[in-house]
Design a protein around this ligand. Structure first.
Ligand SMILES: [Fe+2]
Length: 267
């Protein structure tokens, strides 16, 4: 069987929220240990490529990115990083420009291409795709001969059903969906940011979000509330005929120390 006939095994990890200080985290959960545990879980499966969809380093510290590199090197597959609202995109670019762990935005694998967008709006929690990013996406879809494409970004381009969280998603999703509508090879749009699982379909495009490797937000609530679900990641199997299988795998238990009364953050 040639590589072209093989399904691609992709892993998405999101929102690790690492710090320079490896002993801290969010709401009593040590974010470094939790990230390591989810990576260990992901290493139980076959993997060809990984995407880490933002909020990599909560305090935007250089040491935080070194910790990230130290853990991600264990995946031993091409790993692609997207900035979230909590990242230093410039530092990411200089630290991870090229190499096995990279900020490459366009990845071709067999019949598929992965397109990674930067939706960060510096200083803001919510996101935005600027004209340059949208033009880049349009060009990448027009020029590639890949029969199937997937888009990754940090912010949610559709409401996920949390009243407090939805206004903090992507501010201009209509522009993104305009581009997608003109390119039916786009099979899925995948994001992080919302720290919860979401799986719907619109006009033939799968819309997916993924639990954080650290703390979870409760779905369907009006005000901020933590969810007592274990951290996890999303797996994808991308078939050469365009079929896409996906699911979420979680750790067996909620991380030790999870405490809604402990120091945390809004989002
Ligand atoms: Fe986050």
């Amino acid at each position: 069987m040639s590589n072209q006939d093989k399904a691609i095994e992709l892993v998405q990890l999101t929102d690790p929220h690492l710090y320079a200080d490896q002993s801290v985290g969010l709401y009593g959960v040590n974010s470094f240990q939790s990230f390591e545990a989810v990576v260990n879980k992901a290493l139980e499966q076959t993997m060809d490529v990984a995407v880490i969809s933002g909020d990599l380093v909560h305090d935007e510290s250089e040491q935080g990115y070194q910790h990230l590199r130290q853990v991600l090197e264990r995946l031993k597959v091409p790993t692609h990083l997207i900035p979230g609202n909590h990242d230093d995109a410039g530092f990411m670019q200089s630290e991870f420009g090229q190499g096995v762990i990279s900020c490459d935005k366009q990845i071709r694998m067999g019949q598929w291409q992965l397109l990674l967008l930067n939706s960060q709006l510096p200083g803001q929690v919510g996101g935005h795709l600027d004209d340059k990013e949208l033009r880049w996406l349009e060009r990448a879809l027009t020029k590639s001969d890949a029969p199937y494409s997937m888009i990754f970004l940090h912010h949610n381009p559709v409401p996920v059903g949390c009243k407090w969280l939805d206004p903090l998603g992507l501010g201009n999703p209509e522009k993104l969906f305009e581009v997608i509508a003109a390119h039916p090879q786009v099979k899925a749009v995948v994001w992080g940011h919302v720290h919860q699982e979401f799986d719907e379909e619109r006009a033939g495009v799968r819309l997916l979000s993924t639990p954080s490797t650290c703390i979870q937000f409760k779905p369907g609530v009006e005000e901020f509330e933590l969810d007592y679900l274990p951290p996890g990641y999303r797996w994808f199997r991308l078939h050469p005929d365009g079929q896409l299988e996906t699911g979420v795998r979680r750790l067996a238990r909620v991380p030790e120390g999870l405490d809604p009364g402990a120091a945390g953050y809004g989002i």
